[in-house]
Design a binder for this molecule. Structure first.
Ligand code: Q46
Ligand code: ZN
Length: 300
């Protein structure tokens, strides 16, 4: 197999693009895909400061690497979820990455903000762990961005993540998530920062290859609560489709974004208020995060 660009020995075949690349040309291809996403969806400029939500995994660290190498002002944000050794190890990976590149890294502890670490939140509130965790992550990344003056948060969601989320929403025809699913979500309120996903054009395999070729030391283990998640089943199904017909995932997601999403957008229009307690944005009187923190406090 030869590199499509230079004719040298290829290290990776990309069937959906019907091409193959050697290591340096793959790294360049990967960065070009990110640049294309940033440009096409006007995610941010080189003058803006970007807050990159990093988990210690391959996707978010690969994204941070691409942005730093591309000359963007990218600060990392690590949310310490307090999930046993998984959190300890992932935090260490983020700190080592930041130190090696002399890049700024902010850290926020969920335990300090919510009143309990993620594994204890379920016991205290009876809420499914991942739902409490997802709510806390969304709230705390937005809050950190506002507190530190960032207008945009970038996350490491890749093509596989986005296609799996889309499949999950379509299977239940969840119109609100469908309206919100986008590589770039603009701010709809002064207290909501923009959220962008510059890796949405790149598959999980491609991100893993990039992280490997760049020598990024990331946490390989998944969060222990991810086991049995339906999103993993959706990824498996999409991988089987992809194998039988390369490009299936990409057509599914891009087709939705181009042709179907506009039809759902109207549904997403909701009235936004400021939470009576913390001032962050909510559709009710008290935001979901403040309600969660109350439940934890009452249980203690
Ligand atoms: S939501 Fe659930 Fe993740 Fe939180 S508890 Fe772990 S698996 S980290 S993406
Ligand atoms: Zn609140």
């Amino acid at each position: 197999m030869k590199c499509r660009k230079c004719g040298g020995a290829a290290v990776l075949e990309l069937r959906r693009h019907n091409t193959a690349f050697c290591a340096p040309d793959f790294v360049e291809f990967f960065r070009r895909q990110v640049a294309e996403a940033v440009k096409r969806h006007r995610m941010f400029t080189r003058e803006e400061s970007v807050l990159v939500a990093v988990s210690g995994g391959k996707d978010s660290l690969a994204l941070w690497d691409v942005l730093l190498e591309g000359g963007y002002k990218a600060t990392g944000l690590y949310l310490d979820l307090g999930i046993y050794d998984y959190s300890k190890e992932s935090k260490a990976k983020c700190k080592a990455f930041a130190a090696a590149r002399e890049a700024p890294l902010l850290t926020v502890s969920v335990e300090e903000e919510v009143g309990a670490a993620i594994p204890e939140v379920h016991a205290a509130t009876r809420r499914p762990t991942c739902s409490a965790c997802g709510l806390s992550k969304r709230y705390l990344t937005n809050k950190a961005a506002l507190d530190h003056g960032f207008a945009v948060v970038a996350t490491g969601h890749n093509l596989d993540d986005e296609a799996a989320t889309l499949l999950g929403s379509v299977l239940h025809w969840q119109t609100e998530p469908l309206a919100r699913q986008s590589p770039s979500l603009g701010s709809t309120h002064p207290k909501l920062v923009r959220r962008v996903k510059p890796l949405y054009r790149l598959s999980e395999l491609e991100t893993a290859a990039y992280a490997f070729l760049r020598g990024i030391d990331y946490i390989v283990e998944e969060c222990p609560f991810a086991k049995g998640a339906t999103s993993l089943l959706h990824k498996e199904i999409l991988n089987r489709l992809e194998e039988a017909s390369p490009g299936a995932k990409h057509n599914f997601l891009y087709g939705f974004l181009e042709k179907a999403r506009p039809a759902f957008e109207r549904v997403g229009e909701v009235e936004l208020n400021e939470c009576a307690r913390c001032g962050q944005v909510t559709t009710g009187t008290l935001c979901g995060f403040c309600k969660l923190a109350d439940q934890v406090k009452r249980a203690r």
